[in-house]
Write a protein that binds this ligand. Structure first.
Ligand code: F6R
Length: 623
């Protein structure tokens, strides 16, 4: 939800910032802007549209300087426009601010500042920050000035003072003509990371955007502010006290954050799933001794035994992972399990206690509602663990325990490899709890673990169907509606398939439990609406065949995801996409792969911006 990138050093700032913003474009891409300081003077270039549009604008009218901050926006307050684009300025054009997050009391602040004579030109919440800093900025004279600058200078002081009036979430960066050799930063809720080079520092909303330049970083924590100069970052707590923090080495391979020859990140990330799963299970499963171990789970054997209820909480695709998890936890661990949308869970006073395990699933670890759900669960004394892909993210740190998926950076806005690695971790957790609670034998645990070890190779085989899936996409890409049906664990996969399609292709798609079709959606069926059915071998196979017949009897068009070797489906279905045979328990992970590819190729043929679908952001850090 908006991306910030900054540079301070000895080189021209704009090329770095443009490059960084392009990497952050997945966080928001309806407008962009950069401000620099050149010989102590502020320059600004911004506009509605993509970073590429800003780049063109900068080519025509360049701005220079070795200090700068940039922003790529995902509109919350005010439509995408020049005025609403960041950076935002104070009245005198001497202070500029970029911001990610939401200032909840901005209307109140705006009114008070207007009464004091500040003039606003945008509809954004961010603009109040620029004016609030201006309002709190004063240049004392003489020794007082020296003292102020020892503590971080007046600009830093002004930012710290201004933030005392602010309610909401923010990551922000400020530069000013008043003190032109520094960038002031602050964080509460939205991520901000500083990377260190030789006599230069970078600032970013995420780590992948920094990887090309640096591998030593410091993450700013909530309620902290900082002053960045070319050689240094000084961090202060909310009381203005200097804090010491060590730089961290990032082990992510910069290559893995690039497209690696694929035309889109989404396609690359779909293909990365076998290895992402291998990495996510490596060192955690020991098939011979049927052991599963997670370093940072932070739950004793006794605590695990005492858990009598599991609640998954998440948003979007991660919520779908929880829905599959419900089946596994009830099947392997025999623990009653529920799945809650994080935004609903956090506000409805859930009845949970110290024997409830709340599992927050989140790729980014920064989703505002999931974070709120974690706080609520902790407030009710539940045990909270999170499944996250980003080490040290807010949700990981707020949870009692964490299991990281090792999917590597996911750049495509539509989640793919993060989802399948989440599923793998949930599967292992369910087996682990089953073992601790004595509900699963060592023999069965070994079998389940061995099935998982074979999964990455089976996904590789499923990916061989890519060409066939592209052909199916060719036939259906003009559809305006689609229905996805599944039973059992196939139902959440139907939901996920439908979500993928609507996100990237803008085709209206719905996922349904197949049996529910005749209670309403059947009215939609006609020859123009593809019905995608997850029809895998297993307990519910016969029932799903019945559903396919119901669709065909009404002139519907059926695309089946079937188990390899199932020839009978070819007679009833219009298209059959096969996936390798696997255990029934793991079939949902395999079944989602062709659905990801189908959504990708349909979107591609419709000319959609696959990696950055309209209106979406990768990391939703607002409620
Ligand atoms: C869909 C998608 C979103 C996210 C959701 C939660 O492809 O990516 O639905 O799953 O916004 O995000 P995280 O997992 O970061 O909490």
């Amino acid at each position: 939800m908006c991306g910030i990138f900054g540079y301070i050093g000895e080189k021209e700032a704009v090329p770095f910032i443009l490059e960084g913003l392009k990497k952050l474009e997945y966080r928001g891409y309806d407008s962009a802007g950069i401000s620099t300081l050149d010989q102590g003077k502020l320059f600004l270039s911004k506009r509605a549209g993509k970073i590429a549009d800003l780049e063109k604008q900068l080519k025509k009218k360049p701005i220079g300087g070795d200090i700068g901050i940039g922003h790529t926006r995902w509109a919350t307050h005010g439509r995408p426009s020049h005025a609403n684009s960041h950076p935002h300025e104070d009245c005198q054009g001497k202070i500029v601010v970029v911001h990610n997050g939401i200032i909840e009391n901005f209307l109140e602040l705006r009114r008070e500042l207007s009464e004091k004579g500040h003039k606003f030109i945008s509809a954004t919440d961010t603009e109040v920050l620029a004016h609030l800093i201006e309002e709190n900025f004063s240049l004392p004279a003489g020794p007082l000035r020296r003292e102020a600058s020892r503590q971080g200078g007046d600009l830093h002081k002004a930012v710290t003072k201004a933030l005392k009036f602010v309610r909401g979430s923010y990551a922000l960066a400020v530069i000013s003509e008043h003190e032109p050799k520094k960038i002031i930063i602050a964080r509460n809720g939205s991520p901000l990371i500083v990377g260190f080079g030789a006599k230069e520092c970078f600032l970013s909303s995420d780590i992948p955007a920094l990887l090309k330049y640096v591998n030593m970083i410091i993450k700013l924590e909530n309620d902290e502010t900082g002053i960045i100069t070319p050689n240094k970052l000084k961090i202060f707590n909310s009381e203005g006290k200097l804090i010491k923090r060590k730089r961290e080495l990032i082990s992510w391979d910069p290559e893995s954050a690039e497209k690696d020859g694929y035309s889109h990140f989404m396609l690359k990330e779909i293909h990365e799933q076998p290895n992402a799963i291998r990495k996510s299970i490596e060192g955690r499963i020991f098939a011979e001794s049927h052991k599963i171990h997670f370093d940072e789970l932070n739950l004793s054997d006794e605590e695990m035994r005492n858990i009598n209820r599991v609640v998954f909480t998440a948003c979007g695709t991660s919520w779908h992972a929880g829905l599959v998890g419900e089946y596994w936890f009830e099947q392997f661990a025999k623990i009653p399990t529920e799945v809650e949308y994080a935004a609903e869970f956090r506000y409805r006073h859930p009845i949970i206690d110290e024997n409830t395990l709340v599992i927050a699933i989140t790729q980014s670890g920064e989703t505002a509602d999931t974070l709120g759900a974690v706080w609520e669960a902790k407030a009710q004394n539940a045990k909270v663990i999170s499944i996250c892909n980003v080490v040290g993210s807010s949700i990981a740190r707020e949870s009692h325990g964490v299991v990281y998926t090792d999917a590597g950076p996911e750049i495509g806005v539509a989640s793919t490899k993060a989802f399948t690695t989440q599923l793998v971790i949930v599967y292992l957790l369910a087996i682990l709890f089953g073992k601790r609670k004595g509900k699963i034998s060592d023999h069965d645990a070994t079998k389940l673990i061995n099935d998982l070890i074979e999964l990455p190779t089976k996904i590789e085989q499923a990916l061989y169907q890519e060409k066939a899936i592209e052909k199916v996409a060719e036939k259906f890409y003009k559809a305006t509606n689609a229905l996805y049906l599944g039973r059992g664990k196939g139902f959440p996969i139907a939901l996920e398939g439908a979500l993928k399609l609507k996100e990237v292709s803008y085709i209206h798609a719905e996922g349904y439990p197949a049996a529910e079709m005749k209670h309403g959606p059947i009215a939609l069926i006609d020859k123009n609406m593809p019905v995608v059915v997850i029809a895998l071998a297993g307990r519910r196979y016969e029932k799903i065949l019945g559903n396919i017949e119901e669709v065909k009897a009404r002139g519907g068009v059926v695309i089946c995801i079937a188990t390899e070797g199932d020839f009978s489906l070819a007679e009833s279905a219009d298209e059959v996409i096969s996936i390798p045979k696997s255990s029934e328990a793991l079939s949902p992970i395999l079944a989602v792969v062709p659905l990801q590819l189908l959504a990708y190729y349909i979107a591609l043929k419709r000319g959609c911006h696959v990696d950055q679908p309209r209106n979406l952001a990768k990391s939703v850090t607002v409620e």
